[in-house]
Ligand binder design. Sequence first.
Ligand SMILES: [Zn+2]
Length: 477
Amino acid sequence: MSDMTNVTNDPSSSNHVPWYFRSLDFEKLWRDYPPPPTYFETTAKLSKDELHQLQEERFLQTVKRGWEIPFFKLHWEAHGMAPGDIKGLDDLTKIPVYDVNDIRKSIERNPPFGDFMGISPEDGKRMPLVLQTSGGTTGLPRPMLYSPQDRETMAILGGRRMAMHGIVPGDLVLVAYSLGLGNGGMAPREAIWRYTGAVPVMTGSGANTPTRRQLEIIKAWGVKVILAFPSYLRHMAIVARDEMGIDPKSLGIRLLGTHLGMENRELLEDLWGAKAFDMYGTHESGMLAAECQHQTGMHVMEDAFILEMADPETGAILPDGQKGTTYITTLYKYGAPQIRFNVNDISAFHTTPCPCGNTSRRLKRIFGRNDNMIKLRGVNVFPEAVGAAVLEDKRTNGEFFCFVDRVGEAGVDQMDVWIEVIDESADVSDIKQDMERRMKEVLGVKVIVTPVPKGGLDKFTLTSQSSKVKRLMDRRQ
Ligand SMILES: [Zn+2]
């Protein structure tokens, strides 16, 4: 894998500044990773064999690039791998996996940027770089540097996502993800602006632009699309309805783009009178997958990624249809490729084709985080599944927070799920009883449910301040 850096003026000159628009062979990049609408007539129609060939070529380039990066060299050699061992895609499973803890160790070993990237800020002398980070809420976020090729390809993949959702030229698209170090708001802006013909409206999260002001902008400017986390989309709709006396449906929003996870799609669609589309992306990889108009799971950008589903306990690769933890291999990245990165998101592939004709494999949804998963008296529980159950009950607004404790002399694990009640006429003890019964059905383990008034969880979930919501506090030692 090589970066297509193609700066014409003399890079050895002390005056040299690498200009972004001279840093790439854009025409070649667009042929390699077609943006919409070309994507739908090319990459989205590849046969299995054509895709295999393309992936294999890019995979071998990526492995070659991996050997140039200290993190991979160390990791691979420690597992007895030698250059030349990987001869094709059939050898993919011979490559040892790693996860975010290995990346954290890489940063500790080689601060502040780690040795998992093949570029450092010094490389800004030969190519313009962008730094963004993970959306982490505790401690320093994990940095990621993007080369021009990495960043521009990410914008193309993001553009495909928008087009699959149904965003068209001329749409005003409100981006209500936080603006800052995280990619949340920045990456969609680049994708919308460069590859959709739509116009990004960068309000950011509620901390960047108060929710009421966001709603005023939607109304005044005729915004047609909102991109935000489901919790914020709900929050916006409720502020409109309950605080501003505006029916969100009257705002004329045509579609919502979001990371649905286990959230209830119908509830969001009912609130806004708009279709909601799922997507999946990470700051390490970019836009991995997105739903088309048929809402039948997320089309994977398979010319840019290889995704595998593995048994979380054994690492065995699972057949399509079965739920596992997701391993990501990037095929386009130069700066910090990911090669069998266990991202710890639980998903599964669909086994039937999509009516839209796109031949790519599709992810069903992201069922939860493997590392969010908590063992409760021997049962695996995902907070995301708790959320799905809470949303079913119309007496709540879907907000919830889980406290996990070890109680009593016997040290028994106990989870207390706090939920926000919006129906003031509802009997709190009824809600408690109903929800406890429903949770037992959904989770397979008994939990305590504590109803609290609307807004009572803000200080735990940080919903109104941050676009990334906390759902769990594990207080066990
Ligand atoms: Zn489709």
